[in-house]
Design a protein around this ligand. Structure first.
Ligand code: 0L1
Ligand code: MG
Length: 265
């Protein structure tokens, strides 16, 4: 048990996670050593790791929500989403194969992506505000890659690890968000020719724009804003499937078209 005077070593844990990411080598969860790690401390570790990336030239291009589906929350025993930032180094063109050697044990999940035309300011942002501020939505695939062995983590662990953010791929079709009910958008997730999961936009906290509003309101608590020009991954709609060598994973959405990713050994 940590006594009150102990302070978690934010620099140390940020460096451990960055090293795991750089060397493609998983580590034990932080809470194995720091069982009392709080969510505030975990976000401080996440922030420090992002600061380090920015210091070496990466650029923040957006943000993501994680653990947005009831299925994923139940799996983790939590009832709230988590938040993290996206950098330009995570953006992967859809036609570019992903070398598995650059990752640890990647998994893929389909998401509805918001391309913001205006800032969304909390703390009382609504789904309506999000739709009004969105220039376009598109379909996307998030490649998550926990830096922890076997994806074994607690909620603070996964927060410290930027909600497992690793790569994202955007579909090419851009759609005006007010033109449809995003909650009703269906998605098919396929590995090669095999249909493996189906879902609808409402799997993400009831509505993906509600999820993005929650992100804006969380950022407001930190004195930050969802910024015009940002890419926002609103959250996985299905469980994440493993990205394996030479297997193509694709998601086909109603109205938004399709997006795919392929990994090379
Ligand atoms: O984007 C996500 O929902 C991932 C959140 C972290 C949990 C995981 O790695 O599965
Ligand atoms: Mg995700």
């Amino acid at each position: 048990m940590r006594v009150k005077s102990d302070v978690v070593d934010v620099d140390h844990w940020a460096e451990e996670l960055l090293t795991a990411e750089r060397d493609h080598r998983a580590i034990a969860p932080i809470t194995d050593k720091e069982p009392d790690l709080t969510l505030a401390e975990a976000y401080a570790i996440q922030d420090r790791a992002v600061q380090r990336k920015v210091a070496v030239g990466e650029r923040i291009v957006g943000a993501k929500l994680g653990l947005t589906s009831v299925a994923k929350q139940a799996q983790m025993g939590v009832d709230e989403p988590v938040f993290a930032f996206l950098t330009d180094a995570m953006a992967t063109p859809s036609e570019q194969p992903v070398p598995l050697d650059d990752l640890i044990h990647p998994r893929v999940e389909p998401e509805i992506v918001f391309l913001l035309g205006e800032d969304v300011e909390g703390p009382a942002a609504t789904a309506h505000d999000v739709v009004a501020a969105t220039a376009a939505v598109c379909c996307g695939l998030e490649i998550i890659d926990s830096r922890y062995e076997s994806f074994r983590f607690t909620l603070p662990d996964v927060v410290a690890d930027s909600a497992s953010a690793a790569r994202f791929v955007l579909g090419t079709r851009r759609v005006e968000p007010a033109s449809m009910d995003l909650g009703l958008l269906g998605v098919l997730l396929e590995i090669g020719p095999d249909l493996v999961e189906t879902a609808a936009g409402a799997a993400c906290l009831g509505h993906p724009a509600t999820a993005v509003a929650a992100l804006a309101n969380w950022l407001a608590g930190r004195g930050q804003t969802l910024e015009a020009g940002w890419i926002v991954l609103s959250g996985g709609l299905t469980s994440a499937v493993p990205l394996e060598a030479n297997a193509a994973v694709s998601a086909t959405f109603a109205h938004l078209g399709s997006v795919g990713v392929r990994a090379t050994a």
